[in-house]
Design a protein around this ligand. Structure first.
Ligand SMILES: Cc1ncc(COP(=O)(O)O)c(C=O)c1O
Length: 392
């Protein structure tokens, strides 16, 4: 069945054609192109590579209703951080069992919402949250989150969340036991944009010890949550990570009754979006001898819009020149700015581009992760419009 608001294409989405048909050159608005079939492809890739691990998509990464709808239909679970994220997912008729309230530090009203809607799985990493759960949601299922970071990650999370695995995690479980709370699982997050494929193996091994401790306390430990961190635009790296996870799961959690979930965000959505921008102004910077040093371009989206990922997600974005990709053209050192009157609004520097003109179009692939929910219309520049596509 065709869904309203989605444009259907045969086989391959032709970005150039979309640019032409959407008349991007005649508009001062940037265009965000979302290919929902990429989300479906990534879901299949996940299932082929890690059939035992059920993905609970991290809503914070991109909460576009069509993305959530697509993943809900595919049968994904969801990692929610707040009342509003839970509501968005529950409104799609997703059962509360398919949600984990993964934010280990939440306001009481959000916890009460989880209770009212029977979202039982709640991450915890400190004693104050355990007392909060005891008072406000005593029949929740506690998932103890410990810290186990990758050696290198695009956005490490360990400074903010995760208790010490060797001492604190067991103390928290003992506290939960003394309060008659129920611990059912263990979780960790190796860091968003994990660049070390062995990081998961290390963490799964630690999780095994905590499972054993929980079982000693008499808990029915039935959930391992391996968090997020999976790359969104590098299938080969993902496959390497998956192989290492599968081996670790087989070694430390061979019992199929233990449910294994994960919280991937960028994995599903990064490659699904291409942002198309127009150059509306240009400046040439010359040295004292008058020699051209840098060509500066000003685009109709910037770090306060969808390129906020440059600031917050430490993304390095890649510009593709769509309307003239003649590779024999000489290239120049270039710097790309966003549209606002703020010098922080720098998208990319030291890039090599041919000498472009005002009105030329640049496309940026892999723009689906940590972009859409954060963008603002700062300085009066409107948000890019989004067009949705799907293969027939
Ligand atoms: C608790 C939690 N789960 C999952 C994710 C998603 O991570 P990623 O997009 O790297 O898969 C994040 C992101 O920071 C997170 O904080």
């Amino acid at each position: 069945m065709e869904t309203k608001g989605i444009n259907y294409y045969e086989k391959v989405l032709d970005i150039r054609r979309v640019i032409d048909e959407a008349r991007v050159q005649d508009s001062d608005e940037a265009l965000n192109i979302c290919d929902l079939s990429t989300v479906e492809r990534m879901f299949q890739l996940w299932q082929q590579n890690m059939p035992r691990v059920k993905p609970f998509y991290a809503v914070k990464c991109n909460d576009d209703p069509l993305i959530l709808q697509t993943l809900a239909k595919l049968g994904a679970g969801f990692d929610c951080a707040s009342k509003n994220e839970m509501k968005q997912v529950l409104d799609l008729d997703v059962e509360p069992e398919r949600i984990i309230f993964a934010n280990p530090c939440r306001p009481i009203s959000h916890l009460e919402y989880a209770k009212k809607n029977q979202v039982l799985k709640c991450a915890v990493d400190n004693e104050f949250e355990i007392y909060k759960l005891h008072k406000h949601f005593p029949n929740s299922n506690l998932i103890v989150r410990f810290k186990s970071e990758a050696k290198k990650a695009q956005c490490p999370l360990g400074d903010k969340f995760g208790c010490d695995a060797d001492i604190d995690a067991s103390a928290l479980m003992l506290l939960a036991k003394s309060l008659n709370l129920t611990v059912t699982g263990i979780s960790f997050h190796v860091g968003s944009g994990c660049m070390e494929s062995q990081a998961y193996e290390r963490a799964i091994r630690k999780a095994k010890n905590l499972f054993k401790f929980g079982e000693l306390l008499g808990y029915d430990m039935n959930l391992l949550d391996i968090g997020g961190g999976f790359p969104g635009s590098n299938d080969e790296q993902f496959e390497k990570i998956a192989e290492s996870i599968n081996k670790a799961v087989q070694r430390y959690f061979p019992d199929e009754r233990i449910k294994i979930i994960s919280e991937p965000g960028r994995f599903f959505v990064a490659a699904a979006y291409t942002l198309v921008c127009k150059i509306h102004a240009k400046r040439e910077v010359r040295d004292e001898a008058g020699k051209l040093d840098t060509v500066m371009y000003y685009l109709n989206d910037g770090v306060y819009g969808l390129f906020n990922c440059v600031l917050y997600d430490h993304q390095q974005v890649t510009a593709q020149h769509y309307l003239n990709d003649d590779s024999s053209l000489p290239t120049f050192k270039s710097l790309i700015w966003g549209p606002s009157c703020d010098a922080l609004d720098k998208i990319s520097e030291n890039v090599s581009l041919p000498n472009l003109n005002r009105g030329d179009i640049l496309g940026f692939p892999n723009m689906g992760a940590y972009t859409v929910p954060i963008a603002s219309a700062f300085n009066g520049f409107p948000l890019a419009r989004t067009l949705y596509f799907k293969a027939k």
